[in-house]
Write a protein that binds this ligand. Structure first.
Ligand code: NDP
Ligand code: PYC
Length: 341
């Protein structure tokens, strides 16, 4: 039996492990590189539900034939403020990297632009994407549906995905203001980690298959998760379905679940990313108005409240210096995967 102590790894070791495992599982090198980077970012920033744990998830999608391992993301040029990438059924990370330069260029040209990723398999956190765009001086929003796992407020049967919303705001000379959260009470990955650790979950995260609130992680994974904030999270979850589903001609979370047909893969569908160049509205006065935003951040922090991402940036500084602590049990499960490859 593996005792679940933590093992210290450098970020280079995390990256090498992630790339090696993904390529051994049959993923093409360019995809493996892009996917591994998001796992490194997850471990580095203390977001373990989207770090190396996702190797098990990606391997499951590859083994189940849910994801195209050699997909070539194709840009569909429009010459307008809309950039579209057909991911060819591959993981979303390379599709995003493919579309990012055109999105940035279009946002700078038109003031506002949108990138639709279609036909991609998504299992990653969205903050690396909005943070990268905010690092380019752009305001960014990102949305993606997932699988039908989450009940609408007032119901107990799954309709929505865990449907994250991410936002990035550029801060001259500082790390961007970024938030990124599921519209479910908690990300599904967090419940999966509780199941793996044999831990109970709070009774307001979801319902069992009979529609009763449950503290049993597996029962909730097999039943329905709840939205955060009651009807408000429920409406936002519906908005994500609409914006990154029908609006861009892609699947809703229920449709993604039906497409999976019980194979247990990650969600297939679309992602919508919107990028806004503040100069498009503000011209030469950008500096003045971004400085006013800084006053708002100061008012938040000045009363002892923290900004979203502050914990992440602090974790990042420590990880870059000391490496990261990874669960020994997770590493053992990853080794098992490698033996089977
Ligand atoms: P959390 O509830 O853990 O937190 C999300 C955000 O809230 C972070 O930006 C976090 O900043 C901020 N935050 C948390 N606590 C505070 C606080 N006290 N004060 C201020 N800000 C705070 O996220 P979720 O569990 O909902 O989601 C986790 C991840 O799962 C996300 O990255 C999301 O993209 C991903 N996900 C991906 C899906 C997909 O389909 N691809 C589906 C669902 C989720 P900080 O990080 O600094 O703590
Ligand atoms: O944690 O809810 C989640 C999730 C779904 C897809 C990727 N992450």
């Amino acid at each position: 039996m593996v005792v679940d102590t933590d093992v210290t790894m450098t970020l280079d070791e995390v990256r090498a492990l992630a790339r090696a495992v993904l390529t051994e599982q049959g993923l093409a090198a360019d995809h493996a590189e892009a996917v591994a980077e998001t796992m490194v970012a997850g471990e580095r920033d203390g977001c373990t539900s989207h770090g190396l744990y996702r190797l098990l998830v990606a391997a499951r999608s590859l083994a189940a034939g849910v994801v195209a391992p050699n997909a070539l993301p194709l840009a569909e040029p429009s010459g307008k403020a809309i950039v579209r990438i057909n991911g060819g059924g591959g993981f979303a990370q390379l599709a995003f990297e493919t579309g990012k330069p055109a999105l940035i260029a279009a946002a700078r040209q038109f003031g506002i632009a949108a990138l639709a990723l279609n036909n991609v398999v998504h299992f990653a956190a969205l903050w690396p994407e909005v943070e990268a765009l905010a690092g380019e001086g752009l305001v960014a929003l990102a949305f993606t549906p997932s699988h039908g796992w989450v009940a609408p407020a007032g119901g107990t049967k799954p309709v929505f995905g865990t449907n994250p919303i991410a936002f990035g705001w550029p801060r001259p000379g500082r790390d961007p203001f970024v938030f990124d959260f599921a519209t479910s009470a908690v990300a599904r990955g967090e419940i999966e980690l509780h199941r793996r650790a044999g831990k109970a979950i709070p009774d307001d995260w979801g319902y069992d298959a009979d529609g009763q609130p449950s503290t049993d992680a597996k029962a909730v994974l097999d039943g329905a998760m709840r939205t955060f904030g009651g009807h408000k999270g429920s409406a936002l979850a519906a908005m994500v379905e609409l914006l990154a589903g029908p609006l861009i001609g892609d699947l809703t979370s229920q449709e993604s679940m039906a497409h999976d047909a019980g194979r247990g893969g990650s969600p297939l569908g679309g992602e919508l990313i919107i990028a806004i160049d503040p100069a498009g509205f503000l011209g030469d006065e950008v500096g003045t108005h971004l400085a006013r935003a800084e006053k708002m951040f100061a008012a938040i922090e000045g009363q002892g409240a923290r900004l979203p991402s502050q914990r992440r940036y602090a974790a990042r500084a420590i990880s870059l210096r000391d490496g990261v602590r990874v669960s020994a049990r997770l590493l053992a499960d990853i080794e098992l995967l490698r033996k089977k490859a």
